[in-house]
Design a protein around this ligand. Structure first.
Ligand code: NI
Length: 269
């Protein structure tokens, strides 16, 4: 199987993400100012629906073309999500890709109907032009539709507004040159005036689960809706510190309980 260049894919996702996440660019600059000019990403996260040509299975097939394979699966009962993480077959510095899908059948008939409209549009566009990342394979939604979705699922509202793009990038704390633990990174960020997500504590996870994570609150951007612009939360920047398992290898998976809280970084409140 011919493998497409995953670096070009990440460049596209990163530039798209930076355009709506000014904090990420600012933090990147602060790290670089310390002399850390090789910032390695631990992972990125994509959100999708569990139906049609954009479901997790189809996104997984798309990622295979870039040398990625599924390496773990996760269930989020409360948020009604199923997820997998993908790793690159040969490039150890390639970020992992965490893809979650919303379990539509567990929501109201109204939400299902609305989202199936978006999926039908996506099916049509992808049949015509193929799947690309980043993309929003449906048109602008109205602010009213966004608000209605928000009442039931912040995740659905975000996905309907933004589509298939990086919801966050995550800096690998292990690979930073100077700041060797997540506590130091968090303090540095707070000293520089960035707002961290405190849902479930500033640090999600611990050494026992071999993963500690923290995240900024998502930026607020003036987003283009069908009918005009309105400020909403876009994307956030995340930080991950990984610890060795009993066999001595760094844990490469994710912790559902921690990710559950991280999802709240885009909460509108
Ligand atoms: Ni993450």
């Amino acid at each position: 199987m011919s493998t497409q260049n995953h670096k070009a894919l990440f460049d596209a996702l990163w530039n798209d993400y930076l355009a709506i996440t000014p904090d990420a660019e600012a933090i990147h600059k602060e790290f670089k100012a310390l002399g850390d000019d090789t910032i390695i990403n631990d992972h990125i996260a994509l959100r999708t629906f569990n139906e049609g040509s954009i479901n997790l299975e189809n996104i997984g097939k798309h990622l295979e073309q870039f040398g990625y394979y599924a390496a773990g699966e996760y269930h989020f009962e409360e948020k009604k999500l199923y997820a997998k993480h993908f790793q690159h077959e040969s490039d150890e510095d390639a970020p992992k890709i965490f893809v979650s899908e919303l379990l539509l059948e567990e929501f109201s008939a109204e939400l299902q109907m609305f989202c199936r409209g978006l999926i039908a549009e996506a099916n049509w566009n992808i049949r015509k032009d193929g799947l690309t990342l980043p993309s929003r394979p449906w048109g602008k939604i109205t602010r009213e539709a966004y608000e209605r979705l928000l009442e039931e699922s912040e995740y659905a509202a975000w996905l309907a507004a933004f589509g298939l793009r990086a919801n966050h990038f995550t800096v690998s704390v292990n690979k930073l040159r100077d700041m060797k633990n997540i506590e130091t990174v968090n303090q540095f960020l707070k000293d520089k005036g960035f707002e961290l997500n405190t849902s479930g504590g500033e640090i999600k996870g611990n050494e026992d689960v071999c993963l500690k994570q923290s995240a900024t609150m998502a930026n607020i951007v003036d987003w283009e809706f069908n009918g005009g612009k309105h400020p909403i939360r876009s994307c956030f920047y995340e930080f991950a510190e990984r610890f060795a398992m009993d066999n001595g290898e760094l844990y490469q998976g994710f912790v559902a309980a921690s990710a559950d809280k991280i999802f709240e970084s885009t909460n509108a409140a």
